[in-house]
Design a protein around this ligand. Structure first.
Ligand code: NDP
Length: 233
């Protein structure tokens, strides 16, 4: 899984390990990934989702260690800061960076790991999205998101990720690979702290829906879920 060294990703990794799964901890910082993997009894791979070579190496390691991948958790994500991202003040360079991680990173990982996912029996891809990527919620004047000043890049990248989830779910159904998106909910992590948010929801709570989707027998495909049920696309 990606971004497994801290925040919601570390909590997902912990939840999966506690349920007896072997977790491959993907982390940009190799030392931090190794520490997490040691704690969880898993293995670590240095992994930057924006770097083709890094992704290729990660695939080669998983191929060599296990010969297959049962679950791909695409968790790594960035906000791109708030600067220059409001309507009328968009910095395209920042926007490209956000899309490279939140969207193209997921494509990169999914494409690269597909051969190993196909070797598993009933593999799953879990994309960590965000409720801010819901077109339904964003276009509802009564919803909380509609009244907040939101930098454009992040929700747009997550909306595109949601579309990608639907398309991959359809495309990979014949392979028996389930592809779903989750909304962790507003959670206290470095990500939200950097945005100046003070939140009560813990990383474990934010991770719960991904852990559920990873472990529920005969899970769904092509859905967008939060704790209490589906999120409207
Ligand atoms: P954090 O900032 O705490 O953690 C982000 C993780 O992503 C880190 O492990 C970071 O690695 C990793 N990461 C960032 N860029 C890359 C990259 N290029 N390659 C590999 N790893 C990368 O964020 P959260 O835990 O809060 O967020 C995790 C996911 O949950 C994100 O996709 C976010 O959009 C989503 N989310 C979070 C919400 C919240 O309220 N916190 C709400 C809704 C969705 P490193 O340590 O190297 O920086």
């Amino acid at each position: 899984m990606t971004g497994a060294n801290r925040g919601i990703g570390a909590a997902i990794a912990q939840g999966l390990a506690e349920r007896g799964m072997t977790v491959v901890v993907g982390a940009r910082d190799a030392a931090s990934g190794e520490r997490t993997a040691q704690r969880l009894g898993g293995r670590a791979v240095p992994l930057d989702v924006t770097d083709d070579g890094s992704v290729r190496d990660a695939v080669a390691h998983v191929q060599q260690w296990y010969g297959r991948l049962d679950i791909l958790v695409n968790n790594a994500g960035i906000a791109g800061g708030g600067v220059g991202q409001l309507a009328g003040d968009v910095d395209l360079a920042v926007m490209r960076t956000v899309f490279d991680t939140n969207l193209f990173g997921v494509v990169r990982l999914t494409e690269a790991f597909l051969p190993l996912l196909r070797k598993a029996d009933g593999a799953r891809v879990i994309n960590v999205s965000s409720g801010t990527g819901s077109l339904t919620w964003q276009s509802d004047p009564g919803h909380a998101f509609a009244s907040t000043g939101v930098a454009l890049a992040y929700p747009a990248s997550k909306a595109a990720l949601n579309m990608l989830t639907v398309l991959y779910a359809k495309a990979l159904a014949a392979d028996g690979i389930a592809v779903n998106a989750v909304a962790p909910g507003a959670t206290a992590t470095d990500f939200t702290a950097a945005l100046g948010l003070s939140l009560e929801r813990t990383a474990e709570q934010g991770a719960a829906i991904a852990v559920h989707l990873a472990t529920v027998p005969a899970g769904p495909t092509g859905v967008f879920l939060q704790d209490d049920g589906p999120v409207p696309w």
